[in-house]
Design a protein around this ligand. Structure first.
Ligand SMILES: [Zn+2]
Length: 275
């Protein structure tokens, strides 16, 4: 008995059965004898091809009933691209990179590796604009879903659900401190960012209300000016807008940087006038 393979369709969890240059859709679920009946994909096209194929669990074709109507064989490039489309989804699930980049990399790799020539492969390659919505859905599913986001400040727990946000994409520390005080202050800065800040004589501190998450009053961005370039170095979430919070924010930043081996000695702090 000849073997078949399963090729992922565009729909999640659905497969074509691929056998001898033809694609089949599942017609009837597997019966108690382990036989699944599939019908030629071209049944729904003009040719209304009625070929039925019975397959077993061992990956074998048990029988084929009737003869295919006059329709084209499936191009290898189409099968390659169906597989590549599915790989793109898996790669997006597994990687933290930007969706479009991961997608393009996967498809380009499949085209480059395909034996069918560029023309055919490109013809069947999925278009980003057609698939981007699905890809973002996959990506977002793996992020903290909205109902999981903390409703109150006490629910923010970096030792629990939100632990992954304490690390950078390269698995280095990102959370610098979370003081857990009543007027809670949370600061994110990696060691590279602290190093840049430690070398900067001039800091730019910029508070934004608009971008701050609802549980916080303000997000502070601290930029360092180094080698004629502005570097974004620390992200600090504040609950209150008062002098005490500002002072604590800077004080904590300095103290926690020392823990990681960095000493801050800015000569000018631009935009920071309340100290
Ligand atoms: Zn057919």
């Amino acid at each position: 008995m000849s073997k078949y393979s399963l090729i992922p369709t565009e729909k999640v969890g659905k497969h074509f059965l691929y056998h001898n240059h033809r694609l089949y859709n599942k017609l009837k679920e597997r019966d108690i004898y382990g036989i699944t009946i599939c019908r030629c994909r071209k049944y729904y096209s003009k040719s209304k091809c009625r070929v039925l194929l019975r397959s077993n669990d061992a990956g074998e074709v048990v029988s084929i009933k009737s003869i295919h109507k006059d329709h084209e064989d499936v191009k290898n490039a189409e099968v390659t691209m169906l597989v590549a489309r599915n790989s793109a989804k898996e790669n997006i699930r597994a990687s933290k990179g930007p969706v479009q980049k991961v997608f393009e990399k996967t498809i380009n790799k499949a085209i480059a590796e395909s034996q069918q020539g560029l023309k055919d492969a490109s013809k069947f390659a999925p278009k980003y604009k057609n698939i981007s919505k699905t890809l973002y859905k996959i990506k977002n599913k793996d992020q903290v879903s909205k109902d999981k986001l903390p409703n109150q400040i006490e629910d923010i727990n970096f030792e629990g659900d939100l632990n992954e946000y304490t690390m950078t994409n390269c698995k280095n520390r990102f959370l610098l401190y979370d003081d857990k005080q009543e007027e809670r202050i949370i600061c994110f800065a990696s060691n590279i960012q602290l190093e840049i800040l430690s070398k900067c004589k001039r800091w730019h501190v910029d508070g934004t209300f608009r971008a701050s998450p609802s549980l916080f009053y303000q997000v502070y961005l601290i930029h360092g000016w180094l080698n004629n370039e502005m570097h974004s170095c620390a992200y600090i979430f504040l609950r209150h807008k008062n002098k005490n919070s500002y002072s604590r924010m800077i004080d904590q930043l300095k103290r926690n940087a020392i823990v990681h081996g960095f000493v801050f000695q800015p000569e000018v702090i631009v935009g920071y006038y309340l100290i």
